[in-house]
Design a binder for this molecule. Sequence first.
Ligand SMILES: [Zn+2]
Length: 297
Amino acid sequence: MNTFKKAVASAALISVTLSLAACSAGAPNTADESYDIVASFYPMYVLTLNIAGGIDGVTVSSMSDPNMGCIHDHVFSTEDLKQLEGADVFVENGLDLEVFNDEILAAYPDLDIIDASANVTDAPADEEEVNGHVWTSIDDYELQIKQVSAELQKLDPAHAEQYAANEKAYLEKIDALRSEGENVIAALNGTPVLVLDETLPSFCVYAGMDYITVETDHENEALSAGDIAEIIEEMNENGIGIIFVGADGDTALAESIASETGAVICTLNTCMTGDETENAYIDQMEENFKTLSDIIE
Ligand SMILES: [Zn+2]
Protein backbone atom coordinates (compact mmCIF):
# COMPACT_ATOMS: atom_id res chain seq x y z
CA MET A 1 0.00 0.00 0.00
CA ASN A 2 2.73 2.41 1.01
CA THR A 3 4.89 1.53 -1.93
CA PHE A 4 1.99 2.13 -4.32
CA LYS A 5 1.33 5.61 -2.93
CA LYS A 6 4.98 6.51 -3.22
CA ALA A 7 5.09 5.50 -6.89
CA VAL A 8 2.07 7.62 -7.71
CA ALA A 9 3.52 10.58 -5.86
CA SER A 10 6.83 10.47 -7.71
CA ALA A 11 5.11 10.02 -11.07
CA ALA A 12 3.09 13.15 -10.35
CA LEU A 13 6.25 14.98 -9.40
CA ILE A 14 7.95 13.98 -12.63
CA SER A 15 5.06 15.18 -14.72
CA VAL A 16 5.04 18.54 -12.94
CA THR A 17 8.80 18.91 -13.52
CA LEU A 18 8.44 18.03 -17.18
CA SER A 19 5.70 20.54 -17.83
CA LEU A 20 7.67 23.24 -16.02
CA ALA A 21 10.68 22.49 -18.20
CA ALA A 22 8.53 22.71 -21.30
CA CYS A 23 7.25 26.13 -20.27
CA SER A 24 10.58 27.70 -19.41
CA ALA A 25 13.53 28.52 -21.71
CA GLY A 26 12.57 29.47 -25.20
CA ALA A 27 8.80 29.43 -24.74
CA PRO A 28 8.24 27.71 -28.09
CA ASN A 29 5.53 29.18 -30.28
CA THR A 30 4.69 25.79 -31.61
CA ALA A 31 2.32 23.24 -30.31
CA ASP A 32 4.55 20.58 -31.85
CA GLU A 33 7.50 19.07 -30.03
CA SER A 34 10.28 20.06 -32.39
CA TYR A 35 12.54 23.08 -32.00
CA ASP A 36 12.26 24.95 -35.28
CA ILE A 37 15.10 27.19 -36.42
CA VAL A 38 14.69 29.49 -39.42
CA ALA A 39 17.72 31.23 -40.91
CA SER A 40 17.32 34.51 -42.78
CA PHE A 41 19.25 33.67 -45.96
CA TYR A 42 21.83 31.41 -47.54
CA PRO A 43 25.06 32.00 -45.56
CA MET A 44 23.16 31.86 -42.27
CA TYR A 45 21.30 28.77 -43.45
CA VAL A 46 24.53 26.91 -44.28
CA LEU A 47 26.05 27.96 -40.96
CA THR A 48 23.00 26.87 -38.97
CA LEU A 49 22.78 23.58 -40.84
CA ASN A 50 26.25 22.78 -39.52
CA ILE A 51 25.31 23.59 -35.91
CA ALA A 52 21.78 22.21 -35.78
CA GLY A 53 21.35 19.90 -38.77
CA GLY A 54 20.78 16.20 -38.15
CA ILE A 55 19.60 16.61 -34.54
CA ASP A 56 16.44 14.69 -33.65
CA GLY A 57 13.69 17.12 -32.70
CA VAL A 58 15.36 20.12 -34.34
CA THR A 59 14.51 21.50 -37.77
CA VAL A 60 16.51 24.00 -39.82
CA SER A 61 15.07 25.92 -42.74
CA SER A 62 15.71 29.12 -44.67
CA MET A 63 13.19 31.96 -44.67
CA SER A 64 14.19 33.08 -48.15
CA ASP A 65 15.00 31.13 -51.29
CA PRO A 66 18.66 30.13 -50.91
CA ASN A 67 19.48 31.39 -54.38
CA MET A 68 17.69 34.66 -53.97
CA GLY A 69 20.93 36.59 -53.43
CA CYS A 70 21.50 39.09 -50.70
CA ILE A 71 18.93 39.59 -47.97
CA HIS A 72 19.71 43.30 -47.82
CA ASP A 73 18.15 43.86 -51.25
CA HIS A 74 15.16 41.80 -50.24
CA VAL A 75 11.67 43.25 -49.90
CA PHE A 76 10.10 41.56 -46.89
CA SER A 77 6.77 39.95 -47.74
CA THR A 78 3.85 38.09 -46.21
CA GLU A 79 5.37 34.98 -47.79
CA ASP A 80 8.43 35.49 -45.56
CA LEU A 81 6.22 35.92 -42.51
CA LYS A 82 4.52 32.65 -43.35
CA GLN A 83 7.92 30.89 -43.38
CA LEU A 84 8.37 32.00 -39.78
CA GLU A 85 5.05 30.64 -38.59
CA GLY A 86 5.66 28.15 -35.79
CA ALA A 87 9.37 28.94 -35.66
CA ASP A 88 11.10 29.03 -32.28
CA VAL A 89 14.11 31.07 -33.33
CA PHE A 90 15.27 33.23 -36.23
CA VAL A 91 18.98 33.30 -37.05
CA GLU A 92 20.11 36.45 -38.81
CA ASN A 93 23.41 37.86 -40.03
CA GLY A 94 22.69 41.17 -38.36
CA LEU A 95 24.75 44.33 -39.04
CA ASP A 96 21.70 45.83 -40.74
CA LEU A 97 21.40 43.29 -43.55
CA GLU A 98 18.00 42.21 -42.24
CA VAL A 99 15.98 45.35 -41.76
CA PHE A 100 12.58 43.83 -41.04
CA ASN A 101 12.87 42.61 -37.44
CA ASP A 102 10.16 45.00 -36.28
CA GLU A 103 7.73 43.42 -38.72
CA ILE A 104 8.74 39.92 -37.60
CA LEU A 105 8.34 40.74 -33.93
CA ALA A 106 5.02 42.48 -34.51
CA ALA A 107 3.70 39.21 -35.96
CA TYR A 108 5.54 36.84 -33.59
CA PRO A 109 6.35 38.67 -30.36
CA ASP A 110 7.70 35.50 -28.69
CA LEU A 111 10.13 34.59 -31.45
CA ASP A 112 13.77 34.61 -30.36
CA ILE A 113 16.23 36.29 -32.71
CA ILE A 114 19.92 35.38 -32.84
CA ASP A 115 22.23 38.06 -34.22
CA ALA A 116 25.13 36.02 -35.57
CA SER A 117 27.41 39.06 -35.84
CA ALA A 118 26.99 40.23 -32.24
CA ASN A 119 30.74 39.81 -31.59
CA VAL A 120 32.06 40.96 -34.97
CA THR A 121 34.02 44.20 -34.57
CA ASP A 122 35.97 44.57 -37.82
CA ALA A 123 33.19 44.89 -40.41
CA PRO A 124 34.34 47.16 -43.24
CA ALA A 125 32.57 50.48 -43.65
CA ASP A 126 31.64 52.09 -46.96
CA GLU A 127 30.94 55.80 -46.81
CA GLU A 128 30.36 55.59 -43.07
CA GLU A 129 27.87 52.77 -43.52
CA VAL A 130 28.81 49.40 -42.06
CA ASN A 131 29.21 46.68 -44.65
CA GLY A 132 27.56 43.71 -42.97
CA HIS A 133 28.68 41.04 -45.48
CA VAL A 134 31.24 39.73 -43.02
CA TRP A 135 31.07 35.97 -43.57
CA THR A 136 33.71 36.09 -46.33
CA SER A 137 36.22 36.79 -43.56
CA ILE A 138 36.98 33.39 -42.04
CA ASP A 139 37.72 35.15 -38.73
CA ASP A 140 34.28 36.75 -38.67
CA TYR A 141 32.57 33.59 -39.88
CA GLU A 142 34.08 31.75 -36.93
CA LEU A 143 32.69 34.38 -34.57
CA GLN A 144 29.29 33.88 -36.18
CA ILE A 145 29.48 30.11 -35.74
CA LYS A 146 30.37 30.48 -32.06
CA GLN A 147 27.65 33.04 -31.45
CA VAL A 148 24.87 31.02 -33.12
CA SER A 149 25.91 27.89 -31.24
CA ALA A 150 26.16 29.66 -27.87
CA GLU A 151 22.75 31.26 -28.27
CA LEU A 152 21.09 28.02 -29.41
CA GLN A 153 22.55 26.24 -26.37
CA LYS A 154 20.97 28.87 -24.11
CA LEU A 155 17.60 29.01 -25.87
CA ASP A 156 17.22 25.26 -26.42
CA PRO A 157 19.08 23.60 -23.53
CA ALA A 158 17.53 20.21 -24.36
CA HIS A 159 19.86 19.97 -27.38
CA ALA A 160 22.78 21.97 -25.98
CA GLU A 161 25.24 19.09 -26.03
CA GLN A 162 24.52 18.32 -29.67
CA TYR A 163 24.88 21.96 -30.71
CA ALA A 164 28.21 22.15 -28.86
CA ALA A 165 29.48 18.94 -30.48
CA ASN A 166 28.43 20.09 -33.95
CA GLU A 167 30.05 23.48 -33.38
CA LYS A 168 33.32 21.81 -32.41
CA ALA A 169 33.26 19.60 -35.51
CA TYR A 170 32.48 22.54 -37.81
CA LEU A 171 35.18 24.74 -36.27
CA GLU A 172 37.68 21.93 -36.88
CA LYS A 173 36.71 21.89 -40.55
CA ILE A 174 37.00 25.68 -40.69
CA ASP A 175 40.46 25.44 -39.13
CA ALA A 176 41.48 22.98 -41.83
CA LEU A 177 40.15 25.41 -44.46
CA ARG A 178 42.15 28.21 -42.87
CA SER A 179 45.32 26.11 -43.04
CA GLU A 180 44.65 25.26 -46.68
CA GLY A 181 44.50 28.94 -47.54
CA GLU A 182 47.40 30.02 -45.34
CA ASN A 183 50.01 30.42 -48.10
CA VAL A 184 47.64 32.23 -50.44
CA ILE A 185 46.55 34.61 -47.69
CA ALA A 186 50.16 35.30 -46.69
CA ALA A 187 51.03 36.08 -50.32
CA LEU A 188 48.07 38.46 -50.68
CA ASN A 189 48.93 40.43 -47.53
CA GLY A 190 49.37 44.10 -48.45
CA THR A 191 48.38 43.55 -52.09
CA PRO A 192 46.21 46.36 -53.47
CA VAL A 193 42.94 45.37 -55.15
CA LEU A 194 39.82 46.94 -56.65
CA VAL A 195 36.70 45.25 -55.23
CA LEU A 196 33.48 45.32 -57.26
CA ASP A 197 31.28 43.19 -55.01
CA GLU A 198 30.00 44.17 -51.60
CA THR A 199 30.56 40.71 -50.13
CA LEU A 200 34.31 40.77 -50.79
CA PRO A 201 35.73 43.66 -48.70
CA SER A 202 35.54 41.39 -45.62
CA PHE A 203 37.61 38.81 -47.46
CA CYS A 204 40.18 41.56 -48.15
CA VAL A 205 40.22 42.47 -44.46
CA TYR A 206 40.84 38.81 -43.63
CA ALA A 207 43.66 38.63 -46.16
CA GLY A 208 45.19 41.95 -45.05
CA MET A 209 44.81 43.40 -48.55
CA ASP A 210 44.60 47.11 -49.36
CA TYR A 211 41.34 47.50 -51.21
CA ILE A 212 39.36 50.22 -52.84
CA THR A 213 35.74 49.54 -53.52
CA VAL A 214 32.89 50.97 -55.54
CA GLU A 215 29.40 51.04 -54.09
CA THR A 216 27.72 48.42 -56.24
CA ASP A 217 24.83 46.88 -54.31
CA HIS A 218 25.90 43.56 -55.85
CA GLU A 219 25.05 44.92 -59.29
CA ASN A 220 27.55 46.71 -61.42
CA GLU A 221 25.34 49.69 -61.91
CA ALA A 222 26.15 51.80 -64.92
CA LEU A 223 28.91 54.18 -63.92
CA SER A 224 29.58 57.36 -65.83
CA ALA A 225 32.69 57.67 -68.00
CA GLY A 226 33.92 60.16 -65.40
CA ASP A 227 33.50 57.66 -62.54
CA ILE A 228 35.34 55.01 -64.49
CA ALA A 229 38.16 57.41 -65.33
CA GLU A 230 38.45 58.21 -61.62
CA ILE A 231 38.62 54.53 -60.70
CA ILE A 232 41.30 53.95 -63.32
CA GLU A 233 43.31 56.90 -62.06
CA GLU A 234 43.09 55.60 -58.51
CA MET A 235 44.16 52.15 -59.65
CA ASN A 236 47.21 53.58 -61.40
CA GLU A 237 48.12 55.72 -58.39
CA ASN A 238 47.88 52.74 -56.05
CA GLY A 239 49.44 50.21 -58.38
CA ILE A 240 46.30 48.07 -58.41
CA GLY A 241 46.60 45.14 -60.79
CA ILE A 242 43.78 42.92 -59.51
CA ILE A 243 39.99 43.32 -59.66
CA PHE A 244 37.77 41.14 -57.47
CA VAL A 245 34.28 40.39 -58.78
CA GLY A 246 31.63 38.12 -57.30
CA ALA A 247 30.85 34.86 -59.11
CA ASP A 248 27.15 35.74 -59.02
CA GLY A 249 27.72 39.27 -60.30
CA ASP A 250 28.14 40.93 -63.66
CA THR A 251 31.68 41.31 -65.04
CA ALA A 252 31.04 44.04 -67.64
CA LEU A 253 32.42 46.89 -65.51
CA ALA A 254 35.44 44.83 -64.48
CA GLU A 255 36.13 43.99 -68.11
CA SER A 256 36.01 47.57 -69.25
CA ILE A 257 38.34 48.66 -66.42
CA ALA A 258 40.66 45.72 -67.09
CA SER A 259 40.89 46.59 -70.76
CA GLU A 260 42.13 50.08 -69.81
CA THR A 261 44.49 49.08 -67.02
CA GLY A 262 45.63 45.58 -67.88
CA ALA A 263 44.45 44.45 -64.42
CA VAL A 264 43.65 40.79 -63.85
CA ILE A 265 40.00 39.95 -63.12
CA CYS A 266 39.60 37.48 -60.31
CA THR A 267 36.13 35.96 -59.94
CA LEU A 268 35.45 34.79 -56.40
CA ASN A 269 32.60 32.90 -54.78
CA THR A 270 30.66 35.05 -52.34
CA CYS A 271 29.09 32.20 -50.33
CA MET A 272 25.83 34.08 -50.74
CA THR A 273 24.13 31.61 -53.08
CA GLY A 274 24.86 27.98 -53.89
CA ASP A 275 24.25 24.36 -52.95
CA GLU A 276 22.18 23.75 -49.87
CA THR A 277 24.77 21.42 -48.42
CA GLU A 278 26.65 21.52 -45.14
CA ASN A 279 30.02 21.93 -46.82
CA ALA A 280 28.94 24.69 -49.20
CA TYR A 281 30.86 27.47 -47.45
CA ILE A 282 34.02 25.40 -47.23
CA ASP A 283 33.75 24.25 -50.87
CA GLN A 284 33.30 27.81 -52.12
CA MET A 285 36.18 29.19 -50.07
CA GLU A 286 38.45 26.33 -51.17
CA GLU A 287 37.67 27.17 -54.76
CA ASN A 288 38.52 30.81 -54.03
CA PHE A 289 41.91 29.80 -52.65
CA LYS A 290 42.60 27.85 -55.86
CA THR A 291 41.55 30.82 -58.01
CA LEU A 292 43.76 33.14 -55.98
CA SER A 293 46.75 30.83 -56.04
CA ASP A 294 46.68 31.13 -59.84
CA ILE A 295 47.07 34.91 -59.75
CA ILE A 296 49.93 35.08 -57.25
CA GLU A 297 53.48 34.03 -57.98
ZN1 LIG B 1 24.05 42.57 -49.60
